[in-house]
Ligand binder design. Structure first.
Ligand code: C5P
Length: 224
């Protein structure tokens, strides 16, 4: 297995672009998986395209957030797409996490902690009194209780999560520079892996502009 694993966030409706992303990420020194989020999954041809993908590590980033019955039914409804990973918000609650885990069978169920686009101020605005780090720790404990397979958190919280959760850790909010876009809790890929992330999720820093060049920059950044 290659040392560094990266999920490319395929945030587009353009299947041609996704084909190009896949082509440019084969046979490199990094192991690439492909993350499909709300934009692609809700696009007209998205579902059928995913069905056509064979032998790739694919991640359905549905970020389910609902009552136990709806979460488990939704997971069963996408089982034909054979995702290796699926996401549910840990804030769905312990019963929903348990029901979802039961329904997910062979698919790895990832619990999403606090979105990387939120900081302490943003959390307060939506009525949470804990700060980001405390809330992520609290949710990681819940993920352990529900026996989830993986956690999504920012790369800044990997060490905290590792203290209470033994599954895989997947970190979005990855940036090569200090340009954050809409993200708040960012870190470079190198720092994320140094902190112990199993996977980085990288979207715009690879998919905007020249994909080939961006991948080369990532390989160089990781000293590969
Ligand atoms: O373009 P960028 O690298 O910011 O994309 C990050 C990706 O990770 C997006 O697809 C976003 O939906 C996802 N994500 C995130 N923060 C989370 C969970 C998922 O940014 N906490």
């Amino acid at each position: 297995m290659k040392k560094y694993k990266v999920f490319i966030a395929c945030d587009t409706k353009d299947i041609k672009k996704i084909r190009m992303i896949i082509k440019e990420t084969q046979n490199t020194k990094i192991f690439f998986g492909y993350k499909f989020g709300l934009e692609f999954l809700n696009s007209k041809n998205g579902r059928n395209y995913i069905k056509s993908l064979k032998k790739l590590t694919i991640f359905g980033d549905y970020k389910f957030l609902d009552i136990p019955n709806t979460c488990s039914s939704a997971i069963k409804a996408v089982s034909d797409l054979k995702f290796k990973y699926l996401t549910i918000h840990i804030s769905s609650g312990l019963d929903a996490l348990r029901a979802a885990k039961k329904a997910s069978k062979k698919t790895n169920l990832i619990g999403v902690t606090v979105l990387t686009s939120l900081n302490n101020k943003g959390l307060k605005e939506i009525g949470y009194n804990k700060d980001v780090k405390k809330l992520v720790l609290h949710q990681a404990k819940l993920a352990t209780k529900a026996k989830l397979d993986a956690i999504v958190c920012s790369a800044q919280e990997v060490k905290i999560v590792k203290s209470v959760f033994k599954g895989e850790i997947i970190t979005p909010g990855i940036r090569f520079s200090s340009k954050k876009d809409d993200q708040k809790r960012i870190l470079t890929p190198k720092k994320a892996f140094e902190n112990g992330a199993d996977w980085c999720v990288i979207g715009r820093n690879i998919t905007k502009g020249n994909i080939k060049k961006n991948i080369q920059s990532l390989i160089k950044h990781l000293n590969l």
